[in-house]
Structures are given as structure tokens and as C-alpha cells.
Design a protein around this ligand. Sequence first.
Ligand code: FES
Ligand SMILES: [Fe+2]
Length: 366
Amino acid sequence: MSLELNIHTDIRRASTPSSELYTSPSVFEAMKDRIFAASWQFAALERDLKAPGQTWPFTLLPGFLDEPLLFTRDYDDQLHCLSNVCTHRGNLVCEQGGIEKQLRCRYHGRRFDLRGRMLGMPEFEGVVDFPSESDHLPQVAFERWGGMLFVSLKPSFSFAEAFAPMQQRLHWLDVGSFRFSPEHSKDYLIQANWALYCENYLEGFHIPYVHASLNAVLDYGNYTTETYRYSNLQLGYAKDGELSFQLPASSPDYGKRIGAYYYWIFPNLMFNFYPWGLSVNVVKPITVSQTRVTFLTFVADEQLFESGTVAMIDRVEREDEAVVENVQRGVRSRLYRKGRYSPRREQGTHHFHLLLAEFLSSKNEV
Ligand code: FES
Ligand SMILES: [Fe+2]
């Protein structure tokens, strides 16, 4: 398949991407560098990196990007994100997290400080131009927000460009003070392409058809979508009598009965704000037709967060999975190629497809 998606910018004239987007192994492969290495990815929780000397190795998007990285906190209390690949012959430097004074590769003993600077190497006397800049561990761009750490291997836009619309709109929320709840966080395995999962998330069109329980509390008539450069917002209004945010006068939404803010950040991050707190969904491609979605739960208000909350999210998630898995089977059909959009209800999905087209385009050759 050509990587040119050709999505018309006018939603009234546009057609959806042809089905190879969700089925072609070569498109899936191209997405790794063009989309995922170029964007901001969730990497870790800051609570795992509290102590000076802490090292925290991880693989960015296991089975997909498969990039070995390492967070460290040095003794000046500064965080660093480094390549975890030894600059000698490529062994993994840090295999297990812990508290360390320095890093030492177990293969031939090359040593680095916690900022990634090479300190020394046995048996290298006489090596010309050694050490040089390329003997230090490469630094990886990272940003923190709300107790979460995000990284980008080759950012083609800044973190602020992607996150600022959400941060500004919700400036009155102290997301960093929310309590992460591991017992209410879990992974879902979905037999569908990651992009089908995202585009389903990006429209409320299906709510009355697929989610009876959600439809009972949301005011579907008022449901709106706002698009920004690299993110968009679906605003869920609460029905009368249902839980809504107590918004301060400084909020641009003051006076509205908002039940949920659903923020999506290109390509695969979802931040769902509710009066009780935040549910983050990280969509992780595995194969062209398999995806893992990690749900992270952060509680802002223990009173409002009750057992029914998680059960409701879980139910809605399984309803979405069922329909998205059916779509994966559908887009494999020889008799389906593409469709059209509802201008009123599918702006978020259209926005996603425009961004996919932009990043997959050969003008973005890497
Ligand atoms: S690969 Fe690390 S010291 Fe040789
Ligand atoms: Fe849904």
C-alpha cells in the first residue's frame, strides 16, 4: 500500500482511510518511526524514581518500538532519560533497577555516571580520539506532567504543542496531587489494530448504540468535539442529576455541567478526566491486528471514587473492545474499502486520520 492516505481536509468531502491502513504489515512497520518514535510516549510514573541514585530500565513499547531506555535520578536530584545500550558493543547497560553510584556494563566493564557520561573503560590505552562524545550514553528527550513521565526518541513536535491545550483548559486541577491506584489499573488485550481502537475512542457517535449505561448519564445531544493541532477534546455533558465537575470561576467552562473531559493526544494517549479523578489509557500496538491498552487510574476525590466507577469503566471498555474487534474483521473483507464521515459526530476521528496522513506521508521520510 502507498503510505499516502489522501484524507480530504473538508470532512463533508472526505472519505475514511482505505482498509489497508489497519491490515498492511508494511504500513504497520512504517508507523514505528514515522509516528511513534516521532511523538510523545508515556514511559513511567515519577513515584518509581523517587530516590537519588535510582535507576529504572525499561523497554519503550515492548514488541513494537522495543527501545531499551533507562531513567536515572542523580545525586543532585536531577532526572535523566538515557539509552540503555552500551556505547562499546551494544550490551544492555542496566538490567535491573536499584540504587547505584554509577553504571557499569557487565560485558567488558565500561563505566558511566548517572548522567550517562562515560567514566572509564579497561584495556583502551592507545585508542585514538577516545573518549569522544559518542562514548557517552545518548540522552532521550523527556517531560513530566502530573506525576507521569513522557519520552520522545525523535520528537517532531514539542511536548507543549501537544499538551498545552489540555493543561491550560484544566489549569485549576492539580493532577500531580492525584493518588495513583495500582489496584484499579490494568491492561486489556484487544484483537484489533491500534488505530481502530483510537478512532473508536475519538467519536461519541456510537455511545447511544454501544454503551447503554454511559448513554444514561451523558447528555448526548450536547456532546461536542474540539480539535487542536496534536490533540482533541470531547466534552461530555452530564444529564440532570448526574455527577458533574464543580468548576471554579477561572475555568473557561464555568457554569456548564461537564461530566467528563476526554482528551486525546496524538497518536495513542487518552486522558479521561472525571469529577473523581483521571483515567489514562495508553494504546500500545503489538502486531498489525493486536493491541494492548494500559488503563492507569488516578484518584482525586476518594468520596466520589467508588467501586461502581471502575465497574462502569470496565463495562464500557469491553463494549468498545467487542465492536472494535468486529471492525478489524470487517476491514479485512474483500468487499469493504472505505467509508464517509458524519460532519457532526466524527470530527475527532477525521482529525486523527488527517494526522496519520500527515505523519505517514513520504514528505516525512525518515
Ligand atoms: S559492550 Fe559494554 S563494555 Fe563492552
Ligand atoms: Fe466507546
